[in-house]
Write a protein that binds this ligand. Sequence first.
Ligand code: GTP
Ligand code: SPV
Ligand code: MN
Length: 613
Amino acid sequence: MSESSTKQVDDARTTAPTSHAALSAWVAEVAEMTNPAEVYWVDGSQEENDRLTAELVQTGTFRRLNDERFPNSFAAFSDPADVARVEERTFICSQEERDSGFTNNWMDPEQMKGILTERFTGSMAGRTMYVIPFVMGPLDAEEPQYGVEITDSAYVVVSMRIMARIGTDVLRKMEAENAFFVPALHSVGAPLAPGQDDVAWPCNPEKWIVHFPEERSIWSFGSGYGGNALLGKKCYALRIASVIARDEGWLAEHMLILRLTSPEGRSYNIAGAFPSACGKTNLALLDPTIDGWKAETLGDDINWMRIGKDGELRGVNPEYGLFGVAPGTGWSTNPNAMRAIAKGNSVFTNVALTDDGGVWWEGMTDEVPEHLTDWQGNDWTPESGRPAAHPNSRFCTPISQIDMLSDEYYSPDGVEIHAILFGGRRKTTIPLVTEARSWANGVFMGSTLSSETTAAASGAVGVVRRDPMAMLPFIGYNAGDYLNHWDKISGLLSAERRPKIFLVNWFRRTQDGGFAWPGFGDNSRVLKWVVERIEGTADANETPIGFVPTGDSIDLTGLADYNAADVEAAVNVDKDEWAAEIDGIEQWYANFGEALPASLRAELDGLKERLGA
Ligand code: GTP
Ligand code: SPV
Ligand code: MN
């Protein structure tokens, strides 16, 4: 093979290895603006990946891990100011400000293009500009959802190869169909002058994560981290896709998908929307603690749901890997994730290093190592009094490495969704599980979902905020229109096939401060109740907010030190707490003004009446 065909280095300003005219024009335009040292078309091959990871080791971005325990795996450490999504720097630049809505930052698109063009001008100097053709969801979908990310970060290329289907196969099909693709432009914003040494984690103190919904395009500047930089994920598959879904009559949601099969062999697909770092990956890789129940993974973060031929809701996971929260993921809490990680081919970001070339994070093992190198490169011992891994440290692992992955994951038509869970992280008020009274009541639960903030986004941690459908940072348009869209979907679904909706809270606390529910694998017990409610066999008590399990309708077999009275406490609906909650909901709904669907106002009125408030 000649040098140029193995490396595919090309000067896109004059030629490009694609017959897709719009793509080659865009690549040439970006190269003209950003002035990279070279343009490289990513083919997605193993050989290419080996070369890029070797280069990343050489430049100090990657540490190769102990190959016996973590084959073909690497650790990266970010700039301490680039560790999470930056919501205050994220913009939805619709033509009209109204279409961005109160949950998003907005700027006039022309003005924003002006600012960004300035930032991107020369921003890739001294660096390689990588062109990554990708598709979200299966390449053999009826209408494959293409994208092309241009980035000046090899870390992003290696991570995108895990998180999405990328490379030459995608490019060839996109060319053959002359298909539309979402142009997703990314730069770390750290040009290199001739002879200037690079740093391990280049980024820019000024960050811009910008979406142009009408154009369906993305411009991201200044950050190399996860949701800010792997543009197929939050930027495309949630923010831009939510706009496409609004226009086309489907839903792009921040949800896991889990398939659960009962001992009798009946299978149910359960989708769950929980805010960032609130348990989606953990539930998606559930290890049931009850006999005879089988769980299979379909997705852990994003769920695209379309209406099927028979009026059923069908979900597809558009991703190809996991970008999971490391802390709290351990052999006792999530052995399925640990097994997938142990197969290798993973990138870890901001975890701690063990002295024998492995990785560690809080909660990975019960035993805490005596010495580590923390995520900032400092010596660490259990006496250090600070976490060894950053609270938002992540593992990035191919989804195919999950032993419990469902065969249906690969199905371009997805799976029928039988139940939807909305869940948050709330110390008080919200019961362990509540079944909605109806679809509209379930949409109400989703629209008022609340959670304590986590380290997944920059800013304060532990503050209760409303997070509708766990989509607050990801709705790519007016949040009132979004709730209206959920309302409208109901009418497109067959009445018999409409999923049942439940509100869950694994994080409620008891008087003494402990968790009111053991969580993790024991969440299978709650899901069993959910399934039995679908089948019409489990008992429930009607409360003003919905139906909660009776103390003995949750299977506690084999769960030591936990009884029906504990269940009753975990599902208690407290009048005073709910009076405060209603105030919170009123304040939240006031933000929507005219855009709030009448059905949700009616749900709130009904709830107040039932509470006697
Ligand atoms: P994103 O990837 O940010 O969207 O997050 P996620 O929703 O996938 O969150 P994940 O499953 O990674 O969980 C985040 C944190 O919640 C981890 O620290 C877990 O240990 C913790 N967690 C998950 N499930 C449970 C549970 O059932 N009970 C308790 N107490 N903690 C849980
Ligand atoms: C989230 O924050 O919801 C994530 C991680 O899933 S990131 O990809 O960084 O957005
Ligand atoms: Mn997420």
